[in-house]
Design a protein around this ligand. Structure first.
Ligand SMILES: Nc1ncnc2c1ncn2[C@@H]1O[C@H](COP(=O)(O)OP(=O)(O)O)[C@@H](O)[C@H]1O
Ligand SMILES: [Mg+2]
Length: 429
């Protein structure tokens, strides 16, 4: 996950070097790679922050992954677009390949969506549309790129998800991670066919069914991201991978305004068209989606710009800092009252509810806990009392547990697996 501005302060060097780059700190571990903030030094005190991405050490010997990694570098090196992270170099340190690229100071969209969910905040329509427009522009560039000999590269990203959409502090969108991109070689041959790659909940129906795909699969995935940004809920994510794949294949999509009444109806048609089950009914390319969103913003006079995105990020950062400050205040005063030997609460005022991040821990733990064995349940019953009281208490506990479990599931659906290692594995339903 990208670091907040505060966390990016003075950091100890790990000392490791990759070519001209000194690793500063680990930024994120993805399914296949580790991503480091690194420093490039030059003459006269020249210094520049870059990102070094390398295959995770335990996977570095897998020939298929090494091939994908090199493929990513080759593909991205041919792209030149303000909304695609720029690549500087593909190098090797010992037996480990690494990619050096532009450092995006900001956050990934997934962490933004999760924070909004935890704070029950809606991403403003103009902000969600701006993010989708810039991501669409990046995709359209990639889809239409050619090799030096003029042959189409046939790029399909195949992994358009909130993790791979970064938002710079300045409010600009940067698409990353062409690690599982499908591409044709300069002779026009597919590099691979029929392999299912990507994250299930953002696949297109044809991708989830193992059928041939083209650039419209990325249009669908971006439609999923847009739907989720607007509605604040996962669209196809279900409790198991199989159920998720089935939901994607069926592609029953509720209109965003049917779930969030305040959303403009004029946006429904655009989102639903991007999410058509049949690729032929979708926007014919990412540019068409981009234009439709632009027209919607103008016709409905919805303000939308990078500076509004940046402002929204700053508001979120301030809310996070506020939450952390009040959480640490509560824990400091608790410690103080303990050290004074008092068993009373620190003051008589009602305490603020714990921040969502803490509530989430509780509910997630309860959700994961297996049901107690019947012998233990019986002894618990004895401990609770007897007769009608017991029944009432048991019902109350069950009701509370069900509520917590539901809350846990909802929160987990924004946290869990989508960045997990299995997501980039080739699978078949
Ligand atoms: N150029 C970059 N600048 C800042 N953070 C990045 C950059 N590239 C990747 N990241 C962070 O690292 C994470 C994993 O990188 P990614 O390229 O998606 O690897 P993986 O293939 O393992 O998913 C991203 O989700 C993002 O949070
Ligand atoms: Mg990724």
């Amino acid at each position: 996950m990208l670091q907040t501005a505060e966390a990016r302060g003075a950091l100890p060097l790990t000392g490791e070097r990759y070519g001209n780059y000194e690793l500063v700190r680990l930024l994120a571990t993805g399914g296949m790679a580790e991503v480091f903030l690194a420093r490039q030094r030059g003459f006269e005190g020249f210094e520049k922050h870059v990102v070094v991405k390398r295959i995770r050490p335990n996977l570095a010997k897998e020939p298929e992954l090494v091939r994908m990694f090199i493929n990513e570098a080759r593909v991205v090196a041919r792209l030149n677009h303000p909304n695609i992270v720029q690549i500087y170099n593909l190098g090797a340190q010992g037996k480990t390949y690494f990619i050096a690229m532009e450092y995006v100071e900001g956050r990934d969209l997934r962490s933004v969506m999760r924070q909004c969910f935890e704070l029950s905040l809606q991403i403003p329509v103009g902000v969600a549309c701006r993010i989708a427009i810039e991501a669409a522009s990046a995709l359209d560039h990639a889809h239409k790129r050619t090799w030096a000999n003029g042959k189409p590269m046939g790029i399909v990203h195949r992994d358009v998800t909130p993790d791979n959409i970064l938002i710079a502090d300045a409010g600009t969108v940067k698409l990353v991670d062409f690690g599982v991109a499908k591409v044709k070689d300069s002779g026009g041959e597919e590099t691979e066919a029929g392999v299912l790659k990507g994250k299930y909940a953002y696949m297109s129906p044809e991708q989830a069914s193992g059928r041939p795909i083209d650039h419209r699969t990325d249009v669908f995935a971006l439609g999923v991201v847009l739907h989720e940004m607007l509605v604040g809920q996962r669209l196809f994510k279900r409790e198991s991978d199989m159920a998720t794949l089935r939901a994607v294949q069926e592609a029953e999509v509720p209109a965003p305004s049917s779930l969030v009444k305040s959303l403009p109806k004029a946006l429904d048609a655009i989102v639903l068209r991007a999410l058509e089950r049949k690729a032929s009914k979708r926007f014919s390319d990412a540019l068409e989606l981009q234009v439709a969103l632009d027209r919607f913003l103008v016709s409905q006079q919805v303000p939308s710009s990078s500076s509004l995105v940046a402002q929204f990020l700053r508001e979120l950062a301030a809310k996070k800092a506020q939450g952390e400050a009040s959480a640490s205040k509560v824990s400091t005063s608790k410690k103080r009252s303990k050290s004074q030997g008092s068993s009373k609460p620190p003051d008589s005022k009602p305490s603020k509810p714990a921040p969502a991040s803490q509530r989430k821990e509780d509910s997630a733990t309860r959700f994961d806990r297996p049901p107690a064995p019947s012998g233990r349940a019986r002894s618990d019953e004895r401990a609770l009392g007897s007769g009608r009281n017991v029944v009432i208490k048991v019902l109350l506990v069950a009701w509370a547990a069900a509520l917590l479990a539901m809350g846990g599931w909802l929160l987990l659906s924004f946290r869990e697996d989508d960045s997990g290692p299995t997501d980039v594995e080739a699978i078949r339903p």
